[in-house]
Design a protein around this ligand. Sequence first.
Ligand code: NAD
Length: 350
Amino acid sequence: MQFTYSGLPSRVIFGAGKRTEVGRELEMLGIKRALVISTADQSEICAQFAAMIGDRLGALYPGAVMHTPVQVTEAALHQAAQMNCDGILAVGGGSTIGLGKAIAYRTDLPQLVVPTTYAGSEMTPILGQTENGQKTTLRSPKVLPETVIYDPELTLTLPDFISGPSGMNAIAHSVEALYAEDANPVISLMAEESIKALGSALPRIKADGSDLEAREKALYGSWLAGICLGSVGMSLHHKICHTLGGTFDLNHADVHCLILPYTAAYNREAAPQAMAAISRALGAVEPIQGLHDLMRRTARKLSLAEMGLTQGDLDKAADLAMKNPYYNPRPLVREEIREMLQSAFEGRKL
Ligand code: NAD
């Protein structure tokens, strides 16, 4: 057995109602004037947090949007500087957390993050940003949030058409962690446990979004999945989703959700141990079938055609997936990737 494991330092507080500890956690980070950020959709919850932290509020910026455009970061930075903010309180999903990270990358301000989706960005030192229509990704310890409060009560308002795809986005991190080039036993344990937690929680959430126990399980699974994403390298699935999302401006979680069974099927023969772990975690006889069934139960869109793509877009996506070589358990063959995209385009059964 040979492996390298690097732990990522962060403080995690988990539990229903734990958001009330936000003031104390800001104090522990030495933040006296927080810039509180969210999306416009979540401005109400952003205001509730502002009220909760009282005189530790520096400024509010409910302007985060998907894919972290640099102009939005610059506007938030301006607001932070004008109000002398000395830290960031990000409340929301990957889009809000991305904005917080983009500010921290430029200022090194400490971050307290309260995630409200299952994207897992809060556990990674990865920042994706968009400028002039191009999405680029960087890794820096500066962007890893110092403290994260997971309060499952905050996810009760997440509609099922976002909960399902967002949870599948988390499962995708864990699936790719299982067959990563730098996979290690600790991360593989977390990956399998996260697929198990999310795999059982997501159908329950679909049936009843107010099921707090299922919400707890899903958030727990997404925490573990975020650690997996931040700790080991990702492969074909993340590359394809990054390409499709960034180039054709598709919804991040919807793409991950739909594509996952197809990319896993591409790698099936090349990653037998990962496939066995997925089967165990989902309690499925066959791993791809298990992922496909879960996708069909949770997805908002069941084909790339439904997302508005064309055959020509598939050619472009296949070309982009072959650019800048990266590790994948099975060699990357353009025609086979194009065929895989065709299957996802038509929403073929696997
Ligand atoms: P999101 O943050 O855009 O949230 C989706 C929508 O749900 C938004 O309109 C938001 O306002 C709303 N919402 C969020 N929480 C809610 C709640 N509890 N109740 C009601 N509505 C709620 O989407 P996302 O999928 O969480 O994040 C996607 C972004 O995150 C992408 O830009 C992606 O690249 C990035 N991401 C980055 C990493 C990383 O490690 N850097 C990891 C995963 C995702």
